[in-house]
Design a protein around this ligand. Structure first.
Ligand SMILES: [Zn+2]
Ligand SMILES: [Zn+2]
Ligand SMILES: [Zn+2]
Length: 241
């Protein structure tokens, strides 16, 4: 008989790392590239993305390989279909394959001509442009602090609450800094709260001036059913944009 293992079997240290990974994957779904700082200075993840300046869609920085004539895109899966054609500089003879000399005039001056397999047009490398027509992109950087919680239990009984520790040193007052709280329910499902530093300050209100917060003893307990006053921030990944 093997017992099913859950997140509750992780040590506190491993659980905190687990939360960082879950948040990383979730951020990837939203188009962010995720990086780990070398030192932990209250920032757990650095994220960045390139988006179209005009319509906000994810921008591809790698150039595209496209047929000049018919527009066929070879960038992704079609690269092996590009025909390796060589053209003789003197007699214009066209050859396919790894030739070093013209098969007609024996000239060694051959020009490469990557060729479209469908229309025989020339394949060229072009800079990415957005479908909306824009040729401009912007780069966004954000820093993220991750805090994770499992459901709280007392004497083996579920309290149906989560608990997050927040300290004055976590208040990095930068508009590009955010908290992501990763909350794991009893079915091992994650829930994410995305909170800006200002959101946190506003939601805490006067308790931010409380002695327990000053003394690093503040612990936010809130309902695991509706996330209490933090409910507004559920899945608010759009805040990062
Ligand atoms: Zn666009
Ligand atoms: Zn073509
Ligand atoms: Zn030739």
């Amino acid at each position: 008989m093997q017992n099913k293992k859950t997140t509750t079997d992780l040590s506190a240290k491993h659980f905190s790392r687990y939360g960082e990974f879950l948040v990383s994957f979730e951020l990837s779904k939203h188009g962010w590239n995720v990086y780990n700082p070398v030192y932990d200075e209250y920032i757990d993840l650095l994220i960045h993305k390139h988006v179209c300046k005009d319509c906000g869609k994810t921008w591809n920085l790698t150039p595209a390989l496209t047929c000049k004539n018919c527009g066929k895109d070879f960038s992704k899966t079609q690269k092996n279909k590009i025909i390796a054609k060589k053209v003789c500089a003197s007699c214009k003879n066209e050859m396919v394959g790894n030739k070093t000399k013209c098969t007609k005039c024996k000239s060694e001056e051959l020009l490469n001509r990557p060729t479209c397999d469908e229309c025989k047009g020339e394949v060229e490398m072009i800079e990415h442009a957005c479908k909306c027509g824009s040729k401009k992109y912007v780069t966004k950087f954000r820093s993220i602090q991750v805090k994770s919680s499992r459901i709280e239990y007392k004497n083996g009984k579920s309290k149906n609450t989560y608990a997050i520790d927040m300290k004055p040193k976590d208040l990095i007052k930068d508009e590009n800094h955010f908290y992501v709280w990763c909350l794991i329910d009893d079915d091992d499902r994650p829930h994410f709260l995305v909170i800006s530093v200002q959101d946190f300050i506003d939601t805490m209100g006067d308790s931010l001036k409380g002695i327990s917060f000053f003394k690093d003893q503040d612990r936010q307990h809130f309902s695991a059913k509706d996330f209490g006053k933090w409910n507004n921030f559920l899945n608010k990944f759009d805040k990062l944009e």
